[in-house]
Structure formats: structure tokens, C-alpha cells
Write a protein that binds this ligand. Structure first.
Ligand code: UDP
Length: 329
């Protein structure tokens, strides 16, 4: 089996993808700075390097020593709010460093890359569900920093023959089915972990950001995708690159959305606990509804969400949070 280098493999989506690669008998090398990732999230079967994607000497050594054939590139900052406050950090960490990383890889003869992108590349969509051909006008530096890398791929393909697939994630959620790994962000901002931390009594209440949106119950609707399904999409993308499928961007979602209230109600059901709710004002930059069109990935990569019903997402996340109330520690 070929060796796959996974940058950011100690992060949330990265670690679930590493687990899936190992289950399929790929050889896996993880490179992670551990600034936001967790060493404990990386399975022992993966070779681990603590380091930065900007370290060209280290990347060169890894590619040579392990005969890396393809890369899945997760390593990035991923907080929309933080990106609004520190856009320069996001353009440096996500755009400049990724560009340097990819150019080092190309110099080393590695020309296949699966890239961790985001629905935030779309901005405020004009159509719903959103298809990959919709205009991409990000409304925050996080989305813009990822969009610029997607755009660079087009030119790198023409100049150097880079083969690439960018996966535009909708709302990643849930935890591994065996309960071994899950979501652990130092400053958590995402709805599902915050709801479950409230159920655990670690927070007093869950704030609902906006109750006057144009949706049936007035709260925002999002397309939640189970992290295990997301991991599977990366494997299919790798296999597609091996088979020389055309490069491009793919949505990864379910095509079905749930409102903030529906998420909280399901969490109450799954945990059997009272979850205090506080209606709050809107968060800046939240569109009413974000739901993916998923025909492209289903047809071209043969991918289909298997674990992304809301009950499975919240049950697996709950299992993780209950057993790891302090995360990886
Ligand atoms: N949300 C909320 N309360 C929270 C966190 C999030 O009401 O404490 C809402 C947020 O406004 C959005 C949805 O939950 O409509 C999903 O937000 P999240 O931050 O999980 O993901 P995003 O859609 O921003 O990527």
C-alpha cells in the first residue's frame, strides 16, 4: 500500500481520517505541530512527526524516508471568529504556508493532494442547496484563506501537473464509532460540543444565536456531516486521484439540514438530561441556511453519507464527551 502523508493528522477531522486510512492498511505518516492537535488522537500504527508544514527540510526528509506518494493536507487554523480578528494569521498559516508546503511537495515529486476545504468558501449563497459551481465569495478570512489555495491548484496543475481534490466540508460533527477519538478544541465554538458540555454541567446554558431567521423555527439550519463519513470521503478522493480522476472541488455534506433547536432537542433525547437554553442575539456572518448539494461527490467518488443522521452524530459525540469530559488532557 502507498504511504500517505497527513498534515494536521492530530486534529479533529485529520485524526479520524488517519484512523480510516489505517483500517484500510495504508501506511500513514502524520505531521502535526500540535498547536491545536493532540498527540493522543494519533493511532500508534501511524508514524508521527511533530513539526510545521513550513519546514521544507523536514518535509523533504519525510517524503524521501517514507516514499510518500500522496498527501492529505489538513493542517490549518479553522476558527471563523478568530479569522475576523486576525486575518493576517489566517493568510499566513493557511494560505502562505500551504503554498510553501505544496511547492515543497511538488519539488520532491509528490503531485497528488487531497485538501481540507470548507463551505465557508461560498460566502452567502444565492442558491440552496449549494452546488460546487455556485460563486465563491467568502465573507470571512478563514473561507478566503482556503479559497485562495483552491485557486492556486488550478495554476499548479497547469504548470506542474498537480492532481488535486478539495473537499468542501459542511458542519463536521460526531466522533469515532468505537469511542476512541473525538472532538477536542481548546476554545470550543461549535454547536454540538457546546450543547453536550452543557449537558455535562460544564457550562450553564447553551446560547441559541438568533431566533428570527427565515427558517421554520427561526434558528439557523446547517448540514451536519459525521466525521467518520467525512474521513471516508478523503479515502475515496485519494483513490480517485490514483485512478486519474479529474481534479476539482467537492461538497461533503448530506443534503439535509437541521436547525439549532432540532440539534438541542436531539441532544436532550440522546443524553436524557436537561439542557438549559438561552435565546441570544445573532452571531455575525451566519447565513439562515447552509445545505450542500451532494450529487457530484456521490456520482464521481461513489461516496454516500452512512452515519450522518442526527441521532448517530449526537450519540457518538455524546459517548466521546461523556468518557473524555476533559478531552485528551
Ligand atoms: N450556534 C449557536 N450557539 C452556539 C454555537 C453555535 O446557536 O453556542 C449556531 C450558529 O449560529 C450556527 C450553528 O449553531 O447557526 C452551527 O454553528 P457552528 O459554530 O457549530 O458551525 P458553523 O456553521 O459556524 O461552521
Amino acid at each position: 500500500m502507498p504511504t500517505i502523508l497527513v498534515s494536521g493528522g492530530a486534529g479533529y477531522i485529520g485524526s479520524h481520517t488517519v484512523q480510516a486510512l489505517i483500517e484500510r492498511a495504508f501506511k500513514v505518516v502524520v505531521l502535526d505541530s500540535l498547536i491545536t492537535g493532540h498527540r493522543g488522537a494519533v493511532p500508534s500504527q501511524a508514524i508521527f512527526y511533530e513539526g510545521d508544514i513550513s519546514d521544507a527540510e523536514l518535509i523533504g526528509r519525510i517524503v524521501k524516508d517514507h516514499q510518500v506518494e500522496a498527501v492529505i493536507h489538513f493542517a490549518a487554523r479553522s476558527l471563523v471568529g478568530e479569522s475576523m480578528l486576525k486575518p493576517d494569521l489566517y493568510f499566513y498559516e493557511n494560505t502562505a504556508k500551504s503554498n510553501g508546503f505544496i511547492s515543497t511537495l511538488l519539488r520532491q515529486g509528490v503531485n497528488k493532494i487531497v485538501f481540507s476545504s470548507t463551505a465557508a468558501t461560498y460566502g452567502v449563497p444565492e442558491e440552496m442547496p449549494i452546488s460546487e459551481s455556485a460563486k465563491t465569495e467568502p465573507i470571512n478570512p478563514y473561507g478566503a484563506s482556503k479559497r485562495m489555495i483552491e485557486q492556486s491548484f488550478y495554476w499548479l496543475e497547469q504548470a506542474y501537473g498537480l492532481k488535486w481534490i478539495a473537499l468542501r466540508y459542511f458542519n463536521a460533527a460526531g466522533a469515532s464509532l468505537d469511542g476512541s477519538i473525538g472532538e477536542d478544541h481548546t476554545s470550543e465554538t461549535h454547536l454540538i460540543p457546546l450543547v453536550l458540555k452543557t449537558a455535562l454541567g460544564q457550562r450553564e446554558a447553551i446560547s441559541v444565536f438568533g431566533t428570527d431567521y427565515s427558517t421554520p423555527d427561526g434558528t439557523c439550519i446547517r448540514d451536519y456531516i459525521h466525521v467518520v463519513d467525512l474521513a471516508e470521503a478523503h479515502i475515496l478522493a485519494l483513490e480517485a486521484l490514483e485512478k486519474d480522476l479529474e481534479s476539482g472541488a467537492y461538497n461533503v455534506g448530506t443534503g439535509k439540514g437541521y436547525s439549532v433547536r432540532e440539534v438541542i432537542d436531539m441532544a436532550k433525547k440522546v443524553t436524557g438530561l436537561e439542557i438549559p437554553v438561552l435565546d441570544a442575539s445573532r452571531r455575525v456572518g451566519d447565513p439562515d441556511i447552509l445545505v450542500a448539494k451532494v450529487e457530484k461527490i456521490e456520482k464521481s467518488l461513489g461516496w454516500k453519507a452512512q452515519h450522518s443522521d442526527l441521532k448517530t452524530i449526537i450519540s457518538t459525540a455524546w459517548q466521546w464527551h461523556k468518557c473524555h469530559p476533559l478531552g485528551y488532557e
